[in-house]
Design a protein around this ligand. Structure first.
Ligand code: AMP
Ligand code: MG
Length: 405
């Protein structure tokens, strides 16, 4: 039996190689860049006005005050998308809109609020400094500047920035592909008829949802009985980066997942982790495919997904390997009196100051799905460890869609 840290180290060494794909910008949102993005052009692309007002020459307006205003002849207009074709000469001004191109000859913008029009003339009451309210070409960034790094997430602001510089195709990490294989002769599809001795298969729904929230691509979902030949065939048919099996990894006479994986040429990397719940976790590798044998107990399967599978799906999608975490304070004393490190489900709320606070659910049984549904995350406590009231602790969130930073 290995420790949680040892299991994580083995997983990190065996993450399959990520796949890179070119993708239209709209489809890149939520994905991670597989390339550095450099600006193909400067921003702003042309020198323009930051205000609605008048484009003028500083030499004509500098030093003027309301008592001693400058008077300029209005000779035209520069509007958004309709630049002024001429040149602003001495004693002249043009009307200009925010974002419109600054015409040749002008070097300064006077905002409307500091002016008054009289016929074809404009009275300039105040001018603060040369170049005021002018946005210069390239002042935000120059062509060739690094805009976004490989590995950064394309969220809404990044998508807008890419669109603004004319990039509509980017290289991103392709989501991991997943095949789910649920094992157990007692299982029936949820929603159908059920006999007293049967169990509704909740793991399939749970893992499907978890895969979806992790932004991975689900390729197949299969259920097999506790039968070695059937399990061997099912594993052989599963082609994906990650195969997620549930059930059949304990020491029972009818637990066949390990043997079926090895019959298919998988090499075992570990079996059993010193933790509660989720001890029977099994990991095997064949080429660029990882097979996780998750325990059948729904809570155990979920915790193993959260702690071991989710970071791998994230890493394949280009995220840093890790967990969506945050710090919280214990709103009550929480202890682990068991002999193994415990992944304790906790409920998160806000204290009076708005900081995160956690309480531990009463029901922590690994067969009790209410312990998951009543909680939002988990903390890992060593055997014998107690969190005193008010103690700050790292919480692992169930929000798999969150970015890792
Ligand atoms: P196993 O790991 O196969 O020994 O299963 C452990 C426990 O989890 C048993 O009580 C199973 O009935 C239950 N279990 C296994 N698979 C599922 C599933 N897909 N959905 C709900 N419960 C399950
Ligand atoms: Mg079973």
């Amino acid at each position: 039996m290995i420790s949680i840290a040892e299991a994580i180290a083995i997983i990190k060494e065996n993450i399959p190689a990520p796949t890179v794909a070119e993708c239209p910008l709209e489809q890149a949102v939520g994905k991670y860049l597989a390339e550095d993005i450099r600006a193909p052009e400067p921003s702003p692309r042309y020198t323009n006005s930051a205000m609605d007002g008048y484009a003028v020459r500083w030499a004509d307006v500098g030093g003027h005050t309301p008592e001693n205003p400058a008077t300029l002849a209005i000779i035209g207009e520069s509007r958004a998308g309709m630049p002024f074709p001429g040149r602003v000469g001495s004693g002249e001004a043009i009307r200009i809109s925010t974002g419109a191109m600054l015409p040749d000859g002008a070097d300064t913008v006077i905002r409307v609020e500091d002016t008054r029009e009289e016929g074809q003339q404009v009275i300039i009451n105040a001018a603060q400094r040369l170049g005021q309210d002018v946005r210069h070409r390239g002042e935000e960034f120059a062509a060739g500047d690094l805009l976004l790094r490989r590995g950064s997430r394309v969220a809404t602001p990044q998508a807008a920035l890419l669109a603004a510089v004319g990039i509509n195709q980017v290289a991103v990490f392709a989501p991991a592909t997943v095949a789910i294989l649920v094992t157990g002769s007692e299982l029936v599809v949820t929603g159908g008829a059920i006999a007293d001795h049967q169990i509704r298969d909740s793991n399939m729904t749970m893992l499907r949802a978890a895969v979806q929230e992790s932004a991975a691509t689900l390729l197949s979902c299969t259920r097999v009985a506790d039968d070695l030949p059937a399990t061997t065939v099912a594993i052989g048919q599963a082609t994906a980066d990650i195969i997620l099996c549930t059930g059949g990894v304990s020491v029972g006479r009818h637990d066949h997942v390990k043997e079926a994986a090895e019959e298919n040429g998988f090499t075992p990397l570990f079996w059993r982790v010193k933790q509660k719940p989720g001890k029977p976790l099994y990991l095997a590798r064949k080429g660029q495919t990882l097979l996780f044998g998750l325990p059948g107990n729904p809570v155990s399967a979920f915790m193993c997904f959260a702690h071991y599978v989710q970071p791998v799906l994230g890493a394949l999608a280009g995220k840093p390997f890790g967990w969506p975490t945050f710090f919280a304070r214990a709103a009550e004393e929480i202890g682990n009196r068991g002999g193994r490190p415990n992944m304790l489900r906790v409920r998160v709320s806000r204290d009076q100051e708005g900081a995160y606070a956690i309480t531990s659910g009463e029901r922590q049984g690994s067969h009790m799905l209410t312990s998951l549904a009543d909680s939002n995350g988990y903390v890992i406590l060593e055997s014998g460890q107690t969190l005193r009231l008010g103690k700050r602790v790292l919480v692992y969130s169930y929000d798999f869609s969150k970015s890792i930073d």
